[in-house]
Write a protein that binds this ligand. Structure first.
Ligand code: TYM
Length: 358
């Protein structure tokens, strides 16, 4: 058990449309964790610019998407007064710690990252250096707050393992200095207890929708970058659009099974049942036992009704918030100031640990 105080951190990129995968895999969990912990939720604009400018849309696109992700956080139920909501670039300590982590992480570690391979595609020579170093900035995001728990979707698991590797190497490389300055915190690693400055962060990847798949292809992840808008439900879709996308979602011809095991070789059916389960806060088993033997002509309208019931109020509230960008900017400013105070304290320690004279 780590003796670091529990602190939740997570981030979402402002790169266009937020979708149901972002909501069920991440944002909904952000909301739930507020009850038990101090939470810091970040709109990661420095990560957005690692991709081509066409993806993040230039300055206008970035400002709009940053406000939209903030609006989605708040419309979903995140409380920016009790917790912290801000955009990453407001706190330059993220980038400062990322540089130090670039010097801790090894090329070999980053070469293994599957998300870089996917995003860079065939033309790796033309990918930005920032896209390659993306995971070290992500580690810095979390560790500049000494975050202990990170709610994310399944696709971020490898990045969080890297954040643990970076923390561990930093703790080892500088253990003498950390001890000399009295900055170590005791934590259990395996069977032994070590002193470290950074916690080994735990991923929080749980529930029925850790990997929401495309509505057009049950083997592909639902994503912002899929050229087909029918592949995803956007958080800003209206009720008719949500119903139409679910009606058109790819399925097989079998009726629903009576046990979740029966979904195993049926990726599209499994995905729709998983979405229903997550939205209704039920298990997959409970959903299939309710719809056992029913055709998709029965299940899809029920899913559409449920999705509209849960998502339409969020879309409405997001529209209301987006109509007042000044209010959103004030939230980000206030959050940035409070985040910055915590981050600066960490960076002051880190500069001392490394021997950077001030
Ligand atoms: P991003 O912006 O791609 O996605 C935001 C969150 O949504 C989750 N997610 C999904 N979950 C389930 N099914 C899907 N189809 C799906 N698509 C996306 C992601 O797992 C993520 O939790 N690298 C991060 C942003 C980040 C971050 C951090 C996260 C930057 N720094 C520090 C945690 C801690 C990302 O690209 O998320």
């Amino acid at each position: 058990m780590s003796s670091f105080p529990k602190r939740v951190f997570s981030g979402v990129q402002p790169t266009g449309n937020l979708h149901l995968g972002n909501y069920l895999g991440a944002i909904r969990k952000f909301v739930a964790l507020q009850k038990e912990s101090d939470c810091i939720y970040c709109v990661v604009d420095l990560h957005a610019i690692t991709q081509s400018i066409d993806v993040w849309g230039g300055a206008e696109g970035l400002m709009r998407s940053t406000r939209e992700v903030t609006a989605a956080f708040i419309a979903s139920g995140i409380d920016p007064k009790k917790h912290i909501v801000f955009n990453q670039s407001r706190v330059p300590q993220h980038a400062e710690l990322a540089w130090i982590f670039n010097c801790v992480a090894r090329m070999g570690w980053l070469n293994r990252m599957t998300q870089f391979k996917e995003k860079a595609g065939k033309d790796r020579e033309n990918a930005s250096v920032g896209l390659f170093a993306y995971p070290t900035l992500m580690a810095a995001d979390i560790l500049v707050y000494r975050g202990t728990h990170v709610p994310v979707g399944d696709d971020q698991k490898q990045h969080l393992e890297l954040a643990r590797d970076i923390a561990q190497k930093f703790n080892n490389d500088f253990s003498d200095r950390i001890a000399k300055l009295g900055l170590g915190v005791e934590m259990a690693v395996g069977d032994t207890t070590v002193n470290g400055y950074f916690p080994l962060t735990e991923p929080v990847i749980e529930g029925e929708a850790t990997r929401v798949m495309s509505l057009r292809d049950g083997l592909k992840k639902m994503s912002k970058s899929d050229p087909s808008d029918l592949s995803r439900i956007n958080l800003t879709d209206d009720a008719d659009t949500i119903a139409r996308k679910i009606r058109k979602a790819k399925t097989d011809i079998e009726p629903l099974p009576s046990e979740a095991k029966g979904l195993e070789a049926r990726p599209e059916a499994d995905n729709l049942v998983g979405i229903y389960a997550a939205l209704a806060d039920m298990s997959r088993d409970a959903v299939v036992s309710e719809f056992a033997g029913k055709q998709f002509s029965v299940f899809k309208p029920a899913l559409a009704d449920l999705a509209v019931e849960k998502l339409a109020p969020i879309a409405g509230e997001m529209r209301r918030l987006m109509a007042d960008p000044g209010h959103i900017d004030a939230i980000l400013k206030d959050g940035g100031e409070r985040a910055g105070a915590i981050a600066e304290k960490t960076m002051a320690d880190v500069r001392d640990i490394l021997g950077m004279l001030r």
